[in-house]
Design a binder for this molecule. Sequence first.
Ligand code: NDP
Length: 608
Amino acid sequence: MQKCEPTQTPEIDHAALKAKYLAERDKRLRPEGQSQYLVTEGEFEDYYDVDPYTPFVPRAPISEDIEVAVLGGGFAGLIAAARIRQAGVTDCRIIELGGDFGGVWYWNRYPGIQVDTDSYCYLPLLEEVDYMPTEKYASGQECYEHAQRIGRHFGLYENAIFSTKIESLAWDEEIQRWRIGTNRDDDLRARFVVMCQGPFNRPKLPGIPGITEFRGHMFHSARWDYEYTGGDMSGGMDELADKRVAIIGTGATGIGVIPHLARSARHLYVFQRTPSYIDERGNEPTDPEWVKTLKPGWQKERQRNFHTAAFEAFAPGQPDLVCDGWTEVSRNLAAHLDATDGWAALTDPQKFAELRETQDYRAMQRLRDRIDAVIEDKATAEALKPYYRFLCKRPGFSDDYLPTFNRPNVTLVDVSDTKGVERITEKGLIAHGVEHEVDCIIFASGFEITTDLDRRLGIQPFSGRDGLSLYDHWAEGYRTLHGITSHGFPNLLWTGFLQGGVTASTTAMFEQQAFHIAYIIQEALARGASTVEPTAQAQDQWVRTVKETAVDNSNFERECTPGYYNNEGEKKRRSHLGEPYWPGFYALEDLLQAWRDTGELEGLVLGK
Ligand code: NDP
């Protein structure tokens, strides 16, 4: 592994850039916020339900009692089920919409898919299942295979239920179980339900007028139609050789797929509303000599180092183990503090924020300068420049993306002035009054990540004790104890971004939650309880703690161009981090450990 150096970044005119950032935000803000997107239900249901990778095989409905149902077979569900089984509860079934484990890595199979953060941090349980990723940024196929590996390692295939959609969840007081309704007419009665849908569960579509009028072919990137395009995850989409293709969306998905589409299609129109941050990828094969140096516990240590770069600040002399675009601002800040002997600034939050902001502005300018160096056409270069702060949107990395816009068969259509594509017609798409005729439209338009919970989950009804709707219960914000349990919803345990500690590796967060959930289930069963839930007081206290310790980053979010990170710029909505516990992921780890150590299950009520 090479030594990790700070990047060279240019001087900037801070005030002028700030004004430009705000103008670019204002240009894109849409008053309708999340409702600009269509939910993939009703006439758009196929964009979610239909599985292009596994044929739908009819089966008889299942009627049975289950001890633990884990809803979702992505990394969150796999880790939760693994820990629950390790805690001795073997009657634990994963129920999954896809035809196999993998979650996002099952569904997202577009050409070019690759994990966009350090594999050694992101891919979970590496030491436990004795696997080392082949590259620093593993391919989607390798991530998918890792999910399968975890499934096999912990025996989770044995009783998994695949190709099954959860439609309803209702607590049945009489039998003290959750009744799980599915699209297979199953009647599953689970004592415990563990929610593991993951944030990228449900694709969303842009609500562009005329979307149902198009007579050509359309699909979402999370349900890639290889039958139409030909090729596979490595590209080679021969069937597109005579096709004019439009792609809507230039986020992380667009960045991965656009270079491949450009190589295969007769012509590619890229409809871009907000340009992404694009840095070099710099992928490299895993160095076996480096692997030999690793000591047990290395993955957790690396994840913690990544967390420091993303959420805190490096201490003097602390190495940047991940060393990529995600850690650049922290790395450069550390170098600046070294050079100016300015480490004392870290004790002053305001000074720290100012210094970090400067490094952020300079890093973003480096990326804009890079675009000028790569893109031949000046107007195209200007349109591709991101004018917002680092982490307003998810950073993107690709060595192929920018050069793609120098190709003669690629047209960048900037739709920022019109806040998106104006209209879809029978023949194509309209931008600035011009119709671009195409054979196929691909939506790389993202997922229901921070939209309202009922949109995201699509579970109706979702009712706890006395028919209390979860969506009503959480209408004014989440109400949980430790982000895991909620009063009125016995035996329901949550993973994901809600009132918990957030870290740079989502899968590390799932591990923390899974461990705690397994402990609660194990203890409840060992104590002969049939129900476990938090008291209203304990829940309210946690909600207060979360609010009182919150760091107000609303200014940062407000100044960003809209997107799912800031709820499309809507003011009164929750952060994409789900009202996090701001003292942090590792503070929560200590708090949960101390809570478990007492053995008191403080704040939880066990019912017989
Ligand atoms: P995003 O939500 O990030 O991007 C959606 C894109 O669609 C944006 O470019 C958006 O523009 C555009 N869009 C939406 N509506 C319109 C419209 N009406 N007209 C024109 N453009 C429109 O979705 P992605 O699938 O790219 O990524 C979602 C997340 O999934 C990522 O942020 C990441 O967390 C994860 N992911 C991770 C990957 C990895 O690890 N490799 C790969 C892919 C995804 P605008 O920005 O203006 O809203």
